[in-house]
Design a protein around this ligand. Sequence first.
Ligand code: CS2
Length: 481
Amino acid sequence: MPAEQPRLTRQSGPAPKPGIVHLGLGAFFRAFGAIYIEDAQRKHGGDWGIVGVSLQSSRTRDQLAPQEFVYTAKELGSGDTSLRQVEIVSDVLAAKEDPEAVLSAMTDPATRIVSLTVTEKGYCHDPSTGRLNPKHPDIEADLKNLNPVSAPGYLVRALARRKAAGEPPFTVLSCDNLPDNGKLVRGVVIGLAALIDPDLAAWIEREGRFPSTMVDRIVPATKPEDIDALASETGRFDEAPVFHEPFRQWVIEDDFVPAFGTGRRPDLGAVGVQLVNDVAPYEHMKLRMLNGTHSAIAYLGYLAGHETVADTVADSVFAPFLKAVWRQEIIPSFKAPPGVDLQVYADELLARFANPAIRHRTWQIAMDGSQKLPQRILGTLKDNLSAGRPSQRLVTVVAAWMHYAGGTDLSGRPIDVRDPMVERLRSISENTQDDAERVAAFLDVRDIFHPDLASALKPSVTRVYQDLKVDGVQGVLRSLG
Ligand code: CS2
């Protein structure tokens, strides 16, 4: 029984002294940023221990505390695997239990970076404009109380304390899959600060740094059977291991709070992170090419009955669909980053998606579609429409999302939809009489669709929505050639 096996323990001496607070310490950051940061610290020193913060539940803290906050990262390639014990996390705090502990960690002068993976919905912004949503319930609460609940609330209250103490701000490093994630979090933080104290907002605007980043590594949620299998393999019980693909890429705009001098960030450049002046082309490439087709696979793959990404791309109708959507609809929509051949990047993506060792569930990626669609699919669609380029495949993804978000699959079986807008989306599906009315009602959701885009998409999305019911996913994809 795994639980009777000895737990992991720290091998490399005492926990590292913290320099980073990370909001939203989930599997992704532990399999990605934490490993780069540990490598950088090992190579060039500095105190860069990570204090993780769970904003929602205490689960990660409960799992990691009995094993001194160390965990296993297992790399799953085709054929080879490798194991590593990651020891860079020095503590994990559960925000709901002790908000004061989180604010003190963020206010500690040794904290020079607060990084975030709080998912798209954690920014409390309006997905269609990218600006703070002041009516968001968490933001309304954070305006009233000194103990925050949202990520922007924590950032603003902690920055206020640092200003009051005469300390420089920390660098805010967003690591979520959002376009211009640095600008977005900056806008949200300054927007919230302005509602609390205009002087604070002006100080953050002047002194704060919010570099944009592009993050990439496929890290499926850890499943109970993975935990058991790892315990049998190693003879040690790790309650919170992470499993990831070999590939990784981190591109960061090199703009950290200058007051900390050479101690402003770990030496990430020495361990393969690309530090650049402009992240935008990398973000476009990754969000549109990887995440855009990931969402396509999530909705179309799920509706076609496939459990994982690898199963989906093994279905013979999907590879031609993906190749065509990259070549004809996505690649022409943006400028390649310097020196990158986008066709090669697309071929590599297909190979990454096909990795059978990564059991990445379509249902997992399908989550929070209302927050993901704008930057993954709709931006590309909008650019294609204005350039007169074909978009039939991306239109198919939008129609598939509508079926999925409505809460039943193509045979009428219920789907466990996870989305902050789940109630609204389900009621659209339940309270409309026919397909045309339903599609029109989905397109009317202004948080997701801009009115111009909605009216341009209406005829084609309605047609494909109906075709999916009649011909099924495979039939529709086959007819696209
Ligand atoms: C995925 C991403 O769950 C999702 O929405 O598309 O988490 C994806 O695996 C990563 O962005 C890959 O870097």
